[in-house]
Design a protein around this ligand. Structure first.
Ligand code: CP
Length: 312
């Protein structure tokens, strides 16, 4: 693997899932990262991604350095060819070249602004990391995708050993509209498995056509839940009315009554989750969200190991 920014960077998803499961069973089997350093750069907050990726790197024998650039760094300028006589103190090109000279693998988290769809979908920040880094780049969640989360989700689904599971991606309410990265990415990865996939959301909350292509969509949440094996809930902004909180008439919170329509379905969410808004306490407390969060560790370890094997 040259980089890890999307499912498209992965040669074989089943093999990567298998590798992650093997690493989960024996996290100390490889010290391929001995004397190597992982750099983690965060433009946005994180709990799971930060801790699981650090732990994964330590298990491979790596050192880790972490920087919260928005809080601790100089103010970054992202535009090319700009005269830097304003707020920006350091150009992204210079920052990435310098950071990547200290490390062997570089991870970056960069959320979208949710104001300018074209700019967010151009992956302006992640693209500049990939372009200017001297070392392989891994996405710790970008403007449009969250591949480390999706790999952990595929591992979690695989652990339940259900042949051709029915998997439902359901929109859920949230006080502040959220990015599309987790939902886009989940569809991108789950489409490459044998799962039957149904997406359900209120009208106006459809995702980009490229991610929904080939996916059954229904605006009836309860109909979608019937006989489902997995319910993956997430809030996201619609692609057309980008970044807008649209009025929704029905209650889209995931409740125990709705889960009762499923085939003893397992509730999934990437976390953090707003309890009793996205899903009720009863749903979350019976769910597999902690299994998903735990699998972030072996997912990150499999990605780092694969990258180190190709960039020894
Ligand atoms: N799911 C996830 O990426 O969690 P964090 O935002 O806490 O890293």
């Amino acid at each position: 693997m040259q980089k890890f920014t999307s499912a498209d960077d992965v040669e074989s998803i089943p093999l990567l899932v298998e590798e992650a499961l093997q690493l989960k069973a024996d996290p100390n089997q490889s010290k391929i990262g001995h004397h190597k350093t992982l750099g983690l750069v965060f433009f946005n907050p994180s709990l799971r991604t930060r801790l699981s990726t650090q732990k994964a790197a330590y298990s491979l024998g790596m050192n880790v350095i972490v920087m919260n650039v928005s809080q601790d760094g100089w103010k970054i300028e992202f535009e090319d060819g700009t005269i830097m006589d304003g707020e920006g103190q350091e150009h992204i090109k210079d920052a990435v070249k310098v950071i990547s000279s200290y490390v062997h693998v570089l991870g970056v988290r960069t959320f979208p602004g949710l104001y300018n769809r074209e700019e967010d979908y151009s992956e302006k920040v992640l693209r500049q990391f990939v372009e200017h880094s001297e070392v392989p780049v891994i996405s710790l969640e970008s403007a449009t995708l969250h591949p480390l989360q999706s790999l952990a989700d595929m591992v979690t689904i695989e652990e339940h050993h259900i042949k051709k599971p029915k998997v439902v991606l359901s929109w859920a309410p949230h006080p502040k509209i959220l990015p599309q990265a987790v939902a886009n990415s989940f569809l991108q990865w789950i489409k490459k498995t044998d799962a039957e996939i149904v997406m359900t959301c209120p009208e106006g909350y459809e995702l980009a056509e490229s991610f929904m292509e080939g996916i059954e969509i229904t605006y009836h949440q309860q109909r979608a839940f019937e006989k489902a094996d997995f319910i993956y809930a997430k809030n996201w902004s619609g692609y057309q009315q980008y970044g807008k909180q649209l009025p929704v008439k029905e209650d889209w919170t995931i409740t125990e009554e709705k889960m009762a329509l499923t085939n003893q379905g397992k509730f999934m969410h990437c976390l953090p989750i707003r309890r009793n808004v996205v899903a009720t306490d009863g749903v979350i407390d019976q769910s597999i969200v902690y299994q998903q969060a735990k699998n972030r560790e072996c997912a990150a370890q499999a990605v780092l190991k694969n990258i180190l094997e190709h960039h020894g």
